[in-house]
Design a protein around this ligand. Structure first.
Ligand SMILES: Cc1cc2nc3c(=O)[nH]c(=O)nc-3n(C[C@H](O)[C@H](O)[C@H](O)COP(=O)(O)OP(=O)(O)OC[C@H]3O[C@@H](n4cnc5c(N)ncnc54)[C@H](O)[C@@H]3O)c2cc1C
Length: 472
């Protein structure tokens, strides 16, 4: 991909005009950095600051999952000797739960807007479209206007992919942005799609008390993730009463009088009360003047960028889900920051995807960083792997945690930590020592010789590192 040269590094930053299209983490983080360095920044966003990450995706889903987690702990409490008297029924008031999460999302959106405006960023609530590489047409309530800039950052995100035969209506058939309208726990939720989003909502609604059927077109849930982790999760899903239909492609979803009927490609049908269609996302890159501005798109419609977030057009950068790199808020924000560092002539290091820590917020959680066992199998990396099941960990026994493991991957010969997986409660927090080790290229002996608290789940991480010791 031939990338043109960008704005010269010697620019007077106080005269640099930057337009950011999209106010999600890819856009607002970049706007914050650019404004604090003195640039004149305008953010054009049509739904609200924080973007989909704050308004419909990360924030509401993780808030919902916080309630589901609490419910799951009630269910699991019996294993720790907790008893409830006959009349102390526990249930989630979904109306309250959803009101809470939507308020939280809106509050966070206003906080982001206030922070941007405090730094002098001009925020326009409207839709933007490039006219050429320097001019953007903006349509807002008051009409149309044109903004001129020296540089543009595109952070337009992605939107749920729709199946023509399973159109969401927001009443019985939903995409994930509509699910928060539910007022009562669905009696039987059918989740179509067993990727990260499908698995997270299936897990959450199972925890909240719905009957859940997960329809997966693949051999196992979470295709593309660590196979051991996916196997543990699928086992837990089944143990918790979820029906997981593997190798079952949904071909259509219809409304019935009082629910939904999901048709599978092999002729079977599944009847439920509600259906969530979570079959991926498509970038919001159509019809916003990208081709006219010389911004090259991939076949999937994603914006092609290099390691420092440059597109194929001079002075136009892109960050986040619209680039199709890793659909993560943390990656979007990092791409945005890198774009600004490059634009402003600051020292810049290209994004390193093998250092990205990510988490799937199911119960148990699945957190990963760095090189995977699949990378080893493909021969791209040579490594050693130690996997320790949590059921041998003393803290896990005390907490009655039976499902989960830690896996540490080190470079063959040298013993440098290059990857890891944690499956367990709060794996999202437990992955940090491994992320630090991968990023800072620590040796397994560095991890093994660091004190862990006794008893603790992290004890299994240092134990795995100990077992990876390289004998000289
Ligand atoms: C259910 C769900 C849960 C998730 N959970 C997590 C998680 O726990 N952790 C994590 O790291 N990631 C998570 N993600 C991924 C995360 O949401 C995305 O990676 C992140 O939102 C990407 O940020 P972005 O800035 O690229 O885009 P977005 O957050 O999508 O923001 C883009 C914004 O651009 C605006 N826009 C688009 N086109 C225009 C236009 N022409 N004019 C004006 N405005 C426009 C849109 O309105 C939108 O608000 C989750 C995703 C989903 C679907």
């Amino acid at each position: 991909m031939g990338h043109n040269q960008c704005v010269p590094n010697q620019l007077d930053l106080s005269s640099l005009r930057l337009t950011v299209l999209g106010g999600g983490p890819g856009g607002y983080e970049a706007a914050l950095v650019a404004a604090s360095l003195g640039a004149k920044v305008t953010v054009v966003e049509r739904q609200g600051l924080g973007g989909s990450a704050v308004l419909t995706d990360v924030v509401p889903s993780k808030t919902l999952i916080a309630t589901a987690d609490t419910m799951t702990r009630f269910t699991d409490a019996a294993g720790l000797g907790v008893r409830f008297s006959a009349d102390s029924a526990v249930f989630a008031d979904l109306d309250k739960v959803n009101q809470r999460l939507l308020k939280l999302a809106l509050d966070q959106s206003s906080d982001i807007r206030a922070t941007l405006e405090r730094l002098g960023v001009r925020v326009i609530i409207g839709s933007g479209k490039l006219l050429d590489d320097l001019r953007m047409e903006v349509e807002e309530d008051g009409g149309k206007s044109i903004i001129e800039a020296d540089a543009v950052l595109l952070a337009v995100g992605a939107t749920p992919r729709e199946l023509p035969s399973a159109k969401p209506d927001g009443e019985r058939i939903f995409n994930w942005t509509q699910l928060y309208n539910l007022r009562e726990i669905p009696e039987h939720l059918i989740v179509v799609g067993s990727g990260v989003t499908g698995a997270e909502f299936a897990s959450a609604y199972n925890g909240l008390g719905s009957k859940v059927t997960l329809v997966s077109s693949r051999d196992r849930v979470l295709p593309g993730e660590d196979a051991d982790a996916a196997e543990v999760l699928e086992g837990v899903f089944r143990d918790r009463g979820m029906t997981v239909l593997s190798r079952s492609r949904a071909s259509a979803v219809d409304r019935t009088d009082d629910g939904v009927l999901v048709h599978l490609a092999d002729g079977r049908t599944v009847e439920g009360s509600h259906c969530l269609v979570a079959v991926g996302a498509v970038p919001r890159t159509a019809g916003i003047g990208l081709e006219e501005a010389g911004v090259q798109l991939s076949e999937s419609g994603h914006i092609e960028v290099d390691g420092v977030s440059r597109t194929t057009a001079s002075n136009i950068y892109a960050a986040g889900d619209c680039t199709g790199i890793f659909a993560l808020a943390s990656v979007a924000a990092m791409q945005g920051r890198i774009a600004i560092a490059h634009l402003m002539g600051d020292s810049v290091t290209p994004i390193k995807l093998k250092q990205v820590a990510s988490n799937i917020f199911t119960s148990p959680e699945i957190a990963t960083v760095g090189v995977t066992e699949e990378d080893l199998a493909s021969g791209r990396f040579q490594g050693d792997v130690v996997k320790l099941s949590l059921h041998t960990n003393p803290r896990a026994k005390m907490m009655n945690v039976k499902d989960g493991f830690v896996k540490v991957i080190s470079r063959k010969g040298s013993g440098t930590v290059i990857g890891g997986v944690v499956v367990g409660p709060r794996a999202s927090e437990l992955i940090f020592p491994l992320a630090l080790a991968v990023t800072k290229k620590l040796h397994v002996d560095d991890v093994a010789s660091t004190f862990t608290v006794y008893p603790s789940l992290t004890g299994s991480i240092s134990e795995a590192a100990r077992r990876l010791h390289v004998h000289l």
